[in-house]
Design a protein around this ligand. Structure first.
Ligand SMILES: [Zn+2]
Length: 328
């Protein structure tokens, strides 16, 4: 699979160790000063991300040189989330807003209108739709109204793209560009931060790939349609999804069909989101002998997943355990 493309101006720097070293020195000199700013002063640069995943990636990009807040709390179901008045207050003074897009955080549009600051509205320099540039899966027609009052469904495409770790390159490029637009003095710092993160991520991605390689083509069923990007990256075969549509419970007929599929295709693992009711997945497990495996769909959805890299460490670990022949 080709690597996602970075913006041209980031790419030149990204491969230059000298630029990275210089930027690192600049960052070290500025760090103490900025840490003081973050601690007390209203002058600290503020980023707000809609989800914990984008919050974690934003922190990797800005390091100690800005304050990052997230709107959806860790562990919450992002697709039933409704913002509270205190979430509007979080936008106060924000120079950058980072969203998932694709209708996943449709409620942000209303908050941005209420907030009214042109710096972070759709045309503002601090606005980041992190889905821009991502090779999307399950793309549908362009006419679906993602702000429909029934809330989130997977509208324009499957929105769970952060679960392919390779997509973090595109996501962090979008965040870095916005930070550089609103705070050009942070250019070298942001480039060095992002380079360092992508280097760590690349090393871990190789490890995750190696650990899951023996389980290539393993068949799984998922409760919600959260995992297509993850499955494509690590070559898992999702044979069916329990929820017929986001937020809708499976009918008895659908459950019977799933039982048959799980048996016929020798599916051993049902992936389940920790915040979703698990009666249907448990029932399928009882009837088929498959295991219900709760993976973390987002940073902080389960313990031991406090940031983007640990999210994959955890999920890969659990999956390898569940798919290993010894776990039978
Ligand atoms: Zn979803």
């Amino acid at each position: 699979m080709p690597a996602p493309k970075s913006p041209a101006y980031l790419e030149g720097h990204a491969r230059s160790p000298t630029a990275a070293r210089i930027a690192l020195r600049v960052a070290t000199v500025g760090a103490a000063l900025l840490a003081a700013l973050s601690a007390g002063s209203a002058e600290a640069l503020r980023l707000v991300a809609t989800t914990p995943d984008l919050g974690s990636l934003s922190r990797e990009v800005v390091g100690v040189r800005a304050v990052v807040e997230t709107i959806i709390p860790p562990g919450a179901d992002p697709e039933t989330f409704q913002p509270r008045p205190s979430d509007l207050a979080k936008l106060k003074g924000a120079a950058v807003i980072v969203r998932v897009g694709l209708g996943h955080d449709h409620w942000l549009d209303k908050l941005l209108v209420q907030h009214g600051d042109p710096r972070i509205n759709r045309r503002g320099p601090g606005y980041v739709d992190a889905s821009v540039g991502i090779p999307l899966l399950e793309v549908k027609g362009r006419t679906i109204d993602v702000t429909a009052p029934d809330g989130h469904v997977h509208g324009l495409a499957n929105p769970h793209y952060w679960l392919d770790p390779a997509n973090a390159e595109v996501i962090t490029a979008g965040i870095a560009e916005a930070v550089i637009r609103v705070a050009p003095e942070l250019t070298q710092h942001v480039i060095a931060q992002r380079d360092s993160f992508l280097e760590r991520l690349k090393a871990r991605l190789a490890v995750w790939g190696e650990r899951l390689a023996p389980h290539k083509s393993s068949r799984v069923v998922t409760f919600h349609n959260t995992w297509p990007y993850f499955a494509r990256r690590f070559r898992l075969d999702i044979v069916d999804v329990v929820q017929p549509k986001e937020g809708v419970s499976p009918s008895p007929a659908r459950l019977a069909k799933l039982v048959a599929t799980i048996r016929d295709k020798n599916v051993r693992v049902i992936l389940h989101e920790p915040y979703e009711p698990d009666e249907a997945s448990q029932l399928l497990a009882r009837r088929t002998g498959a295991t219900v495996l709760k993976l973390s769909p987002s940073v902080g959805s389960l313990p031991d997943t406090p940031d983007y890299i640990s999210l994959f460490d955890y999920n890969v670990d659990r999956l390898v355990q569940a798919l290993s022949p010894l776990s039978r």
